[in-house]
Design a protein around this ligand. Structure first.
Ligand code: SAM
Length: 191
């Protein structure tokens, strides 16, 4: 298991008008991102939501697939959903990972502007050589609030494809980011 944890943030995130909002948890996000996290050996998938009723929903989904009928029906989903940890705020994530000062927090964004961008290569190398914990923040809605981007140690470069369009779903963005950070390279392809 890597020292990389992932947090899916539902507040503070932006809406299309640029206001800070709280989004609802999307069941599909839990499943898809948990499966990507499990595939790449991510240590924890934190689901961050300030509303208790939403956290209870996410806990119910988690227990359905780790101990309920879901785990019996589709056993392969169990190890992925076991990575899910539901918390109220990012402070709880920092606490669970040993404290904010012991974590490198990397925010993600589709925006290609802005300072302090870290390349995937540099973060991949950091993961390889450092012993610290890394936390990768993903947003919902129209993206992470500026406070989170400013408060991160580094903002990761935006994932871009062949043209200008790069508004990925958070599920796709997380899978691509994890493969770039933790996936085997051609030369390192598992033999
Ligand atoms: N409702 C949308 C959905 O279906 O996923 C939510 C999109 S949400 C704004 C997209 C999040 O995924 C961003 O906050 C960011 O974390 C990540 N993301 C999306 N596109 C990205 C890109 N091109 N590069 C890096 N991260 C990206």
């Amino acid at each position: 298991v890597s020292r990389l944890a992932v947090a899916l943030v539902h507040h503070p995130v932006m809406d299309r008008e640029g206001r800070v909002i709280t989004t609802a948890i999307t069941n599909l996000d839990l499943h898809d991102i948990a499966r990507s996290a499990c595939t790449y050996g991510v240590s924890d998938l934190f689901i961050v939501h300030p509303v208790a009723a939403q956290r209870e929903l996410a806990e119910r989904v988690r227990s359905h697939w780790t101990a309920g009928s879901g785990a019996k029906r589709i056993p392969t989903r169990e190890p992925a959903m076991r990575l899910v940890r539901v918390v109220a705020a990012l402070e709880d994530v920092y606490g669970a990972l040993g404290g904010r000062d012991r974590i490198d927090v990397y925010a993600t964004t589709a925006s290609t502007e802005g300072p302090r961008r870290a390349t995937f290569e540099s973060v991949r190398e950091r993961l390889r050589v450092s012993s610290g914990r890394l936390l990768l923040l993903f947003g919902t809605g129209w993206g992470l609030a500026p406070d989170l981007l400013d408060g991160a140690d580094v903002v990761l470069e935006a994932i871009v494809g062949s043209g200008d369009y790069n508004h990925l779903s958070v599920r796709a963005a997380c899978a691509i980011a994890l493969d770039r950070l933790l996936g085997p390279r051609g030369s390192e392809q598992a033999s």
